[in-house]
Design a protein around this ligand. Structure first.
Ligand SMILES: C[S@@+](CC[C@H](N)C(=O)[O-])C[C@H]1O[C@@H](n2cnc3c(N)ncnc32)[C@H](O)[C@@H]1O
Length: 237
């Protein structure tokens, strides 16, 4: 029973129980984070928005796409998704939308993933939603990500999009990709006017949340630790 529950939870959270090649249900959907993304995307003076972890495009991507359609600044949304299956669904869904560009890429190279020892040390030092799963399971997800990222045709996706689209700095970024790449992703996008973090109560954005809270260049605009694994919104000051 317990293992069935954790399998279902893993399935809902997009983890590897079902494999990265399966389509998963939208996560940021009809909650406070979805509403905040929609509002920001429709009002910020932005030219380039980056979404890391688009899945098949029905969750946060949907909020962004609806928002930018209303935004007089007509921002461009750049969507990044590593899974080939989810990417195919994402690409097909937004094929007719010139404001949305999609990339089948890994945000950062596999070499920038943490080691198993680092993830185990994090797991023991901090009680987050990750501790609802056995450490062995978490480490298996890490190694599955390492293997899949190593095979990505575009291994350094954030930099790839920057050079392809001629973007120096993104105006707004959502970090919601792999559970284990949040830190090198923030390293690349730090300086964006808006940084949105999902899963602040997990490995993905736990340290990023603390980093931005202590960063005099950013202010915390909104957070809610009760919505799924928690989210936070930071604005550059
Ligand atoms: C938590 S889900 C995203 C949920 C989505 N934002 C939503 O609201 O439904 C994380 C996604 O990031 C993708 N992903 C994992 N590692 C990645 C990487 N290195 N680069 C880009 N995407 C990655 C996964 O395939 C997965 O679809």
């Amino acid at each position: 029973m317990a293992s069935l529950r954790s399998f279902l939870r893993a399935l809902r959270s997009g983890q590897k129980a079902s494999g990265i090649e399966s389509i998963i249900p939208p996560e940021i959907k009809n909650d406070g984070f979805y509403a905040a993304i929609l509002e920001l995307a429709s009002t910020v003076e932005a030219r380039h928005i980056l979404e890391i972890g688009s899945s098949s495009g029905q969750g946060s991507t949907d909020a962004f796409a609806r928002g930018i359609a209303l935004n007089p600044a007509r921002p461009q949304l750049h969507c990044m998704e590593i899974s080939k299956t989810r990417f195919a669904a994402l690409r097909d869904h937004y094929a007719g939308n010139p404001q949305v560009k999609v990339y089948n890429a890994s945000s950062v190279p596999a070499e920038e993933l943490p080691s198993a020892e680092e993830v185990a040390a994090f797991y023991r030092a901090h009680t987050t939603k990750l501790n609802e799963y056995p450490l062995e399971q978490v480490l298996a997800w890490l190694e599955a990500d390492r293997a899949y990222m190593s095979g990505s045709a575009i291994p350094d996706g954030i930099r790839h999009i920057q050079s392809q689209a001629g973007v120096g700095q993104f105006d707004l970024v959502l970090i919601d990709g792999s559970e284990f790449t949040g830190e090198p992703e923030l390293e690349r996008v730090h300086g964006a006017a808006w940084i949105l973090l999902d899963d602040v109560n997990a490995h993905k954005n736990f340290r990023n949340y603390r980093r931005l809270r202590e960063d005099p260049a950013y202010r915390l605009v909104r957070e809610d630790w009760q919505v799924r694994n928690g989210f936070a919104i930071f604005q550059r000051v």
